[in-house]
Design a protein around this ligand. Structure first.
Ligand SMILES: *Cc1c(COP(=O)(O)O)cnc(C)c1O
Length: 337
């Protein structure tokens, strides 16, 4: 038995998802003529309470399109120091968008609007860089799947309105936040000018993300996507998997959360994690020799992710069953004992 807990991106499409892909009605999406892509974009926009959506190959691309819509070259995007946009997009904001970034220090992915507020730079004179937009990540990946508190997000919107700033959400796992908190997706969506959503994480689709925003911004987003090489042709074969995931794989994320909690509770006595910190599908691990632990676990068919010398993580997802959790716990507790 192979139990791959490295990431929620390792899922393979289910038989029913493959069938939906096989049956997809398609057209040329650069011409805007793929009915399956159009259906996905409209469905995602409606769920988030936005006017329109745009399908793209990855969440990095929808993040980059989102921030380029809000921040002009030479202006500043303010975000937390552990965010995906800053830590895992290979400098794209600077290289592609010409965007200047500055960060507040991430507190385990939690959002404290008073900290953000102090970090905002006003445009004082021609020699300053003014903050134009703020980006937040929900759930927070490096924070360990933290759900950002909706009251903090409301305060963030109030701050943005007061200071004339725009807001982007990296919602790669907003589905997990929604399921864990019970806050409607549209309640999150209405607080942000642009939201990026991934289908290739917990939702189990092989490829794809959608950016939602107002119709005027999505029209501009089409050019930015094309410039970045993200215009795809019969992309409906991919969008069909995402449509299937929207219809069938959102509510089941609650099972992933229960399984992550179970992993954390069983591992906590070994001092490698804190179960109380597990809010969604990510379990952070610390162990003095994580590389060795990971290699030994892999020999017994359990794959875990190594983030640093003493840091790692486990993620639950569509392809991790209760039996998989049992097997992982047998192997890991055997090694930690
Ligand atoms: C996975 C992820 C993305 C997008 O990643 P891609 O691999 O480019 O699809 C963006 N933000 C967060 C927080 C993520 O975890």
């Amino acid at each position: 038995m192979l139990v791959d807990l490295r990431s929620d991106t390792v899922t393979r499409p289910t038989a029913a998802m493959r069938q939906a892909m096989f049956d997809a009605e398609v057209g040329d999406d650069v011409y805007g003529e793929d009915p399956t892509v159009n259906r996905l974009q409209a469905a995602a926009a409606a769920l988030l309470g936005h006017e329109a959506g745009l399908f793209a190959p990855s969440g990095s691309m929808t993040n980059q399109i989102g921030i380029q819509l809000l921040v002009a070259p030479g202006e500043e995007l303010l975000l937390d120091s552990e965010s995906h946009i800053l830590a895992h997009e290979v400098g794209a904001a600077a290289v592609i968008g010409g965007i200047s970034t500055r960060s507040w220090s991430s507190g385990g992915g939690r959002l404290d609007v008073s900290v953000v507020s102090e970090s905002v730079h006003e445009s004082l004179a021609y020699h300053t860089v003014a903050t134009r937009a703020i980006a937040v990540e929900n759930t927070h990946n490096r924070g360990g799947g933290t759900v950002i508190d909706i009251d903090q997000l409301r305060r963030l919107r109030a701050l943005a309105d007061e200071r004339g700033l725009l807001l982007h959400m990296d919602g790669a796992r907003l589905w997990n936040a929604h399921v864990a908190s019970g806050v409607p997706l549209a309640e999150y969506g209405r607080l942000f000018d642009t939201v990026s959503l991934c289908f290739s994480k917990g939702l189990g689709a092989p490829v794809g993300s959608v950016l939602v925003a107002d119709a005027e911004r999505i029209e501009r987003a089409r050019s930015i996507r094309k410039r970045m090489g993200g215009g795809m042709r019969q992309a409906g074969f991919l969008a069909a998997a995402a449509n299937y995931a929207l219809d069938h794989h959102i509510n089941r994320l609650a099972d992933d959360h229960v399984r992550a909690r179970r992993l954390a509770e069983a591992l906590e006595p070994y001092g490698v994690t804190t179960a109380a910190g597990v809010e969604t599908n990510i379990v952070l691990l610390r162990h003095p020799e994580l590389g060795k632990l990971s290699a030994a676990a892999a020999e017994q068919g359990v794959l875990i992710s190594v983030l640093g010398r003493d840091q790692g993580r486990l993620l639950t997802h569509l392809d991790i069953s209760d039996d998989g959790v049992d097997h992982a716990l047998t192997v890991l507790t055997g090694l930690l004992r």
